[in-house]
Design a protein around this ligand. Structure first.
Ligand SMILES: C[S@@+](CC[C@H](N)C(=O)[O-])C[C@H]1O[C@@H](n2cnc3c(N)ncnc32)[C@H](O)[C@@H]1O
Length: 364
């Protein structure tokens, strides 16, 4: 018998891309690189938002200078409660303090307070499970200690114990207030960082299997594979992925215990709609070069249609969160205003700031 050729199982394209993405996640997170040369100015952007009055006049200068700076990296501690607790202990331990303090000069108190600025937990995230890290790529190159910290975070990301996620992206699932019994629909879910949070919330009670589930949908077939990856990583049997235009999402039919059919209504819906993304300039500085008021206006229609379909699929007494990563009132307040006018008293806007204590925010 001839020697068979040894076939190494080939990694498919998506797997290779994901591996590369994981490695790059923390590298690109520490920023600079190819974006260093971008001039962070756009006259139309400034005129538009100044005229819209999105921040009070006395806060404009602080606002504009902040959005010109790079975004700090943030991550969530994931996994079971026991695993999360163990990792949190490491992050709060002397091992971490030593790493952070190793490169700082000054007296002890000063060093400790500067180390806290570099790595600190987010006040509004429950149980200290979300953290922000203020390190640039330059810091990591410059310091052996930060390089070790960086490698620790990459290793923990690879084994699924932490998920890199922007701070603002953590907010919509928090205010959705998902409980293990809830039927949840995530209408525009890919790449799935918020879906992961929703699934974790469904599994919050580790003693009992949840009654609820998450249906994660995205119109983009390729991006749905990212959702499959998230679901696999979290090992949950309580997720279903669908690939549909959510503005015309069909009804989901269920069979009740008495064998009759009914339309499924959701207790919680997340409409994290496609948007111009101009709130992500600190992470994607190329938006400074591309920004135009038309970007937001062109998206208002689809954003409204997705949110409207969401309300139709929502159970009476349920909660829907509408979110974008745009600053533009045409994509935010105008969509909600239109829906509230059309639905009259059947839909209510609720104040959920009590679910994110310490988050600095203003009413729209
Ligand atoms: C802002 S991203 C969602 C981010 C995601 N929720 C997360 O946290 O990772 C918007 C997503 O909406 C999807 N999308 C765009 N139009 C859609 C539509 N009509 N129906 C469903 N998904 C849509 C895009 O493919 C994109 O993945």
């Amino acid at each position: 018998m001839g020697k068979g050729r040894k076939h190494k199982p080939k990694k498919n394209f998506a797997e290779k891309r994901r591996e590369k993405q994981k490695k790059n996640e923390w590298n690109s997170a520490s920023q600079s690189g190819s974006y260093a040369d971008i001039i962070r100015e756009n006259e139309d952007f400034e005129n538009y938002y100044k005229t819209q009055g999105i921040v009070p006049e006395d806060k404009w200068d602080a606002f504009i200078s902040t959005i010109r700076t790079n975004l700090p990296v943030a991550f969530r501690i994931t996994g079971s409660k026991a695993e999360a607790k163990a990792l949190l202990k490491i992050i709060k331990s002397d091992f971490f303090k030593e790493i952070l303090n190793a490169d700082l000069d000054g007296d002890k108190e000063d060093v400790n307070s500067r180390a806290k600025t570099i790595l600190h937990s987010l006040p509004f995230y429950p149980e200290e499970l979300a953290w922000q890290l203020q390190l640039t790529r330059k810091d990591i190159r410059r310091s052996e200690a930060y390089f070790r910290l960086h490698n620790f975070l990459i290793a923990e990301t690879n084994n699924g114990s932490i998920s890199r996620q922007e701070v603002v992206s953590m907010v919509p699932p928090l205010v959705l207030d998902v409980k293990p019994s809830h039927k949840v629909l995530d209408m525009c879910a890919a790449p799935g960082s918020k879906t992961a949070q929703l699934i974790e919330m469904i599994h919050a009670d580790e003693e009992n299997p949840p009654e609820g589930f998450v249906i994660a949908n995205d119109v983009d077939n390729n991006r749905c594979y990212m959702l499959v990856h998230q679901a696999k990583r979290l090992n949950s049997p309580n997720i279903l992925i669908t690939n549909h235009d959510s503005s015309i999402m069909p009804n989901f039919m269920i069979t009740k215990p008495d064998d009759t059919k009914d339309t499924l209504k959701f207790d919680r819906i997340l409409a994290d709609v496609p948007c111009s993304g101009d709130g992500t300039m600190r992470k994607n500085p190329d938006i400074w070069c591309k920004w135009s008021p038309a970007n937001g206006s062109n998206l208002h229609g689809i954003q409204y249609r997705i949110a409207k379909r969401g309300l139709e699929l929502l159970a009476v007494g349920g909660r829907m969160v509408y979110s974008t990563c745009s600053l533009n009132p045409i994509e935010n307040e105008a969509v909600l205003h239109r829906l509230l006018c059309e639905t009259e008293d059947s839909v209510q806007l609720i104040d959920c700031r009590d679910l994110v204590p310490g988050l600095i925010c203003d009413p729209g």
